[in-house]
Design a protein around this ligand. Structure first.
Ligand SMILES: [Zn+2]
Ligand SMILES: [Zn+2]
Length: 277
């Protein structure tokens, strides 16, 4: 007669312990990445370059301490969701359902370097459409409302998501690994770029040069681009690039004037233009 599997068997307990260790390992790594990125951006823009940054503040409104506490609380909840999704991703990699490679020679340097750019383009597309989805009235309160409590975001808002939004954001990585062969180092660099870009995009300081929106760099977003999204909600949904907002005609009309005002070009003409009511 077959015996029932025991949840207290040594094998089961050992597997459970390993899973818990992996979860805490990923949680610690993601949390560390968050604190390093948000801490560094805050240190550089608010402390080391404080006087310079004051001239480039996008909003005159200042985030309150309770806003920052809320942003950190939800960001930690997000890294917990990321660690949970990572647990399933690692399991799928172990079982051969998902594949990543560790020897550059498998696909060559050209592909390995290009795959990072491809990953950023894919992520930008995923983010734009997931973001628009979350702005649907039926889904907004459940998914994205917490992130928009930050009317004047700070770098600590980088991961300030309700768990359903965190889950939607976390699903990108396994989907990307499913679609593209990716080297472990490419994934590591991508995750670093993502969190740094996120922390900078929520800093409220327009540190990009004034010429940013007048040349080819205009295809990339700026801090003002995302800051305006936090102020006005209904436009500027993109993450790294301005392409999707332009193709879908969702770029806010006053993006460039607001950018120029924050970056210093028109400071005396309309300094309060983008203040929240
Ligand atoms: Zn945001
Ligand atoms: Zn939004």
């Amino acid at each position: 007669m077959a015996t029932k599997p025991s949840f207290l068997s040594p094998d089961y307990l050992e597997t459970l312990l390993t899973q818990i260790q992996i979860w805490f390992g990923v949680f610690a790594l993601d949390t560390m990445r968050y604190f390093i990125a948000a801490g560094l951006v805050s240190l550089v823009l608010y402390q080391l370059l404080g006087a310079w940054s004051a001239q480039r503040r996008i909003q005159s409104r200042i985030a309150r301490p309770q806003d920052i506490r809320r942003e950190i609380f939800y960001s930690l909840l997000t890294t917990a969701v990321y660690a949970t999704v990572a647990l399933f991703t690692i399991e799928a990699l172990d079982r051969g359902i998902l594949h990543k490679y560790d020897d550059v020679a498998d696909y060559g340097w050209t592909y390995t370097v290009l795959s990072l750019g491809l990953l950023l383009i894919l992520h930008d597309c995923y983010f734009y459409w997931a973001h628009r989805l979350m702005h649907l009235p039926q889904l907004f309160a459940f998914t994205h409302r917490i992130h928009h409590l930050s009317r004047t975001p700070t770098p600590w808002a980088a991961y300030s998501f309700a768990p359903p939004e965190a889950l939607l954001m976390a699903l990108f990585m396994p989907m990307a690994i499913f679609l593209l062969p990716l080297h472990g180092m490419v994934i590591f660099i991508f995750l670093g770029i993502m969190i740094i870009r996120n922390a900078m995009g929520h800093s409220g300081i327009e540190f990009h040069p004034q010429s940013w929106v007048d040349g080819p760099l205009d295809s990339m977003t700026s801090v003002t681009h995302h800051d305006l999204h936090h102020q006005k909600f209904n436009g500027n949904y993109g993450l790294y690039f301005t392409w999707w907002d332009r193709w879908m005609k969702t770029e806010l009309k006053d993006y460039k004037p607001a950018f120029r005002a924050a970056a210093g070009a028109n400071k005396n003409q309309n300094p309060q233009q983008h203040q929240l009511s």
